[in-house]
Design a protein around this ligand. Structure first.
Ligand SMILES: Nc1ncnc2c1ncn2[C@@H]1O[C@H](COP(=O)(O)OP(=O)(O)O)[C@@H](O)[C@H]1O
Ligand SMILES: [Mg+2]
Length: 244
């Protein structure tokens, strides 16, 4: 949990640092698109058309959001893609192929993944150089991290040697609760320095910002949550070279 919130807020923070950033909504639920105020209609080009229709190149699906920040939206049509891609040759690389046209346009492209590890997620892993895993500070949430790390390693070995885990991001941390503190300690004892120093606290402001169609970094820029995502953006900048 926290994938869409992290994609949105990290994207806004990078854009505010004048890094040209593209967010790609790869979840059929379209929460990222909706949260940024994009209304997808029959005429809207989404990532689904870009992936499935050769006549719609990625640059025709870009929606400008604010300075330095663009989005390619998604809607429920994308739910069919995981199945429709099955018979494709090199079906894991469809996203990589269709995004090729954008080479050099952006400093950062962030992909908001669906909740399950399906063919869409594998497509995201095959085009990416880094993965951020947001993990809710609850014991049940830690268990799936191993599975994700396995998938990342398998994808790196078999399909995309450039892929690496950038880090695990603890989110929804409740200050003052023993539970959150224990989960964080557990995460650090298992994953060591793969856990980012930046922690995202639990805050009602995140949900409020979604309702206001704004990332928290815009909605409440003095808020702790906004500062945390700005910190994360700086860490990501330090860890990565902008795509040339
Ligand atoms: N740090 C946080 N504190 C409080 N609520 C949060 C926080 N991060 C996310 N949320 C809320 O939790 C819900 C799920 O978060 P979201 O980022 O959409 O998760 P995912 O994309 O992984 O399903 C949303 O309603 C969001 O507003
Ligand atoms: Mg989401």
């Amino acid at each position: 949990m926290g994938k869409t919130t992290t994609t949105t807020n990290l994207g806004v923070a990078l854009a505010q640092m004048q890094k040209k950033t593209l967010l790609i909504d790869l979840d059929p639920q379209g929460a990222l698109s909706a949260g940024l105020g994009i209304k997808v209609t029959n005429e809207t080009n989404t990532i689904y058309e870009v992936m499935m229709d050769e006549e719609i190149p990625a640059n025709q699906a870009i929606h400008p959001i604010q300075a330095y920040l663009d989005v390619i939206p998604a809607d429920n049509d994308l739910a069919a893609a995981a199945i429709e891609l099955m018979p494709e040759l090199r079906r894991e690389y469809v996203l990589r192929n269709v995004l090729g046209i954008l080479n050099g346009w952006y400093d950062y492209i962030l992909i908001d993944c669906p909740p399950s590890l399906n063919l869409l997620t594998v497509n995201a892993l095959c085009v990416s150089t880094g993965v951020i895993i947001p993990v809710q500070c609850e014991f049940f949430a830690i268990r799936v991290v191993n599975q994700l790390i396995d998938s990342i390693e398998r994808t790196r070995d078999r399909m995309n040697p450039k892929l690496r885990l950038l880090g695990i991001l603890p989110t929804m941390y409740s200050t003052g609760t023993i539970h959150s503190r224990e989960v964080l300690e557990e995460m650090k004892s298992i994953y060591g320095d793969k856990v980012f120093d930046t922690i995202i606290h639990k805050s009602i402001r995140f949900a409020e910002a979604t309702v206001a169609n704004k990332a928290i970094t815009d909605y409440a820029s003095k808020h702790k949550g906004a500062e945390a995502y700005e910190q994360l953006a700086q860490i990501v900048l330090d860890m990565t070279e902008p795509s040339a």
